[in-house]
Design a binder for this molecule. Structure first.
Ligand SMILES: [Zn+2]
Length: 269
């Protein structure tokens, strides 16, 4: 009977199982090789479950600085002004009479899952601001509660950065980075799911679980063979010494005893 070629994974697995069953009828398959066949099958759903557990519990965060803005005033009482910092001019002098703070425009990306990112969350832009007057204070201008931090800063150091967000956005617009401005205003996190990455993660975990279970099964098998060999050796040794091979009771007075008079187990005949 000619069998049609198939790419259906369920059919392939079923055929493989039938072949395993046929071989086990003709060939002497030990419990150990059967355990390996089963672990191949059982680690598949386990791989999928594990992929979703890791998706929910493993997160890698990466932060990228998109731009840096310096804030300052030309003089006390003049409006707040901002300039963008180019990478090559980070050490350049501040172009203000009264320099006030550095604003970073940062994007945080969170990858969920292992070993592949099955979900990626792009967090809303952050604008952590470090005032020169007190570098230990960092206020995120993009947060809704930024005004609390800004009033604390004004009370403590007399530095007023309430216009910091608007000034930073104006700098971004003048630098043709309107996309960043819209990103700050919308404050929405975007999560993308990649099912192909989920599938790849599940397949990788399946293989890892299968290889791990083969190693575990073979280790236990090896251990049991060694133990059985040791047991057999000690039984032979006891018989040679004229003792019961099971409990070690001294039976040297009797030649070829049928049963052990101590534990009652059959020895000869
Ligand atoms: Zn005995």
């Amino acid at each position: 009977m000619a069998r049609r070629r198939t790419w259906n994974p369920i059919t392939i697995v079923l055929r493989r199982l039938r072949r395993i069953e046929r071989q086990s009828a003709t060939r002497d398959r030990t419990p150990w090789t059967k355990a390996i066949d089963w672990s191949l099958l059982l680690s598949l759903p386990l791989g999928f479950v594990l992929a979703f557990v890791l998706d929910a519990n493993v997160a890698r965060v990466s932060t990228e600085t998109l731009a840096t803005v310096r804030l300052g005033r030309d003089d006390r009482g003049t409006p707040l002004r901002g300039v963008i910092v180019r990478e090559d001019s980070a050490g350049a002098p501040w172009p203000f009479g009264s320099p006030l703070a550095t604003v970073e425009i940062r994007r945080r990306t969170i990858d969920h899952g292992w070993p592949f990112a099955s979900r990626t969350t792009v967090a809303p832009l952050e604008l952590p601001t470090v005032p020169l007057a007190d570098p230990d204070v960092v206020v995120d201008l993009a947060r809704r509660d930024a005004s609390i931090g800004l009033s604390e800063l004004r009370d403590a150091t007399d530095v007023d950065l309430f216009d910091g967000l608007d000034v930073s956005m104006e700098v971004m617009i003048s630098e043709r980075r309107r996309d960043l401005v819209e990103d700050v205003r919308s404050r929405s996190a975007v999560t993308r799911r990649s099912w192909s990455a989920t599938l790849a993660a599940a397949a990788t975990l399946w293989i890892l679980l299968f290889v791990g279970s083969i190693l575990a099964i073979r280790t236990i098998q090896f251990g049991s063979v060694i133990a059985r060999r040791g047991r057999r050796r000690s039984m032979v040794g006891r018989l040679r010494d004229g003792r019961c091979p099971f409990c070690g009771y001294d039976l040297s007075g009797v030649s070829f005893p049928k049963r052990c008079s101590e534990c009652g187990r059959r020895i000869w005949g």
